[in-house]
Ligand binder design. Structure first.
Ligand SMILES: C[S@@+](CC[C@H](N)C(=O)[O-])C[C@H]1O[C@@H](n2cnc3c(N)ncnc32)[C@H](O)[C@@H]1O
Length: 241
């Protein structure tokens, strides 16, 4: 069993990406949803961005796909609570096996499902019709070459921001809009990630797994503040096929 269970670990996060509500609204606007009938989110997590899109566009039909059962369960609960079940559904599935079609796609923070950024951008291009849009979110190095201690944490698969956009173009996309998460969004993302775990630690202080989790949370805070704050970026690209 995961400690804490993911429902608790992620309970303090609005979404599992560094993103504010105004930034999300702006990205959904850039995705030209008013001209679309269908939107599919691949690796949707608990589906918050998809639900926001559905709430903003009353004629839009939405589908979210994720391979984590607890996340799909949270997404379905929120769908019913918000009265969106007639137009929004969530599917427990490996996103890389999705072979449907949609006017608009989203893929935020899930490129690892395809093996990395380049592979994801190519696979998603293959699933998109000419004129279709993709809102793509991915980690990237914010400025030039990353320091070795940041590479040691995140590996050498992370691209520089410009290289990520170039990969999108090479995969057959036009970049219609680009933005990155700002430091306030990152601080909120990291803090809310820790907050769910701190909550569990407060109520399970004597659990045999508590010490290891406490160390993990402390290590992540230290790494964030000392190594990757302002170094690891998160890019949002609105792409047109
Ligand atoms: C960083 S989270 C981002 C979730 C969501 N897009 C968001 O922004 O809140 C990455 C998500 O990708 C999902 N994922 C990873 N591999 C997957 C796969 N092969 N098929 C479907 N979902 C996958 C994970 O379960 C997780 O929910």
């Amino acid at each position: 069993m995961d400690v804490p269970p993911p429902e608790i670990a992620y309970s303090r996060m609005r979404w599992n990406a560094p993103l504010s509500l105004p930034h999300a609204e702006s990205l959904l606007h850039q995705l030209q949803l008013a001209d679309a009938a269908t939107l599919v989110d691949l690796g949707c997590g608990w589906g918050e961005l998809l639900l926001q899109a559905a709430a903003m566009h009353p004629a839009l039909h939405c589908e979210g796909i994720d391979n984590q059962a607890w996340a799909i369960e949270r997404a379905r609960g929120a769908t019913v609570e918000r009265g969106l079940a007639a137009r929004v559904r969530f599917r427990l599935q490996d996103a890389t096996t999705w072979d449907g079609s949609a006017h608009r796609l989203m893929c935020i923070g899930s490129s690892h499902a395809w093996g990395g950024s380049s592979q994801a951008l190519r696979a998603l291009a293959a699933r998109s019709a000419p004129g279709g849009y993709l809102l793509y979110g991915d980690g990237c190095w914010e400025h030039g070459r990353p320091p070795a201690d940041a590479v040691a944490i995140f590996g050498d698969g992370v691209l520089r921001l410009g290289d990520l956009a170039a990969e999108a173009v090479a995969a057959g996309w036009r970049v219609m809009h680009s933005s990155t998460a700002d430091l306030r969004e990152w601080d909120e993302f990291e803090s809310s990630w820790r907050d769910g775990r701190e909550h569990w630690l407060r109520t399970n202080a004597d659990d045999p797994a508590a010490e290891e989790l406490r160390q993990l949370v402390e290590r992540r805070l230290r790494e964030y503040l000392d190594v990757y704050r302002g170094v690891l970026g998160f890019a949002y690209l609105v792409l047109r096929k």
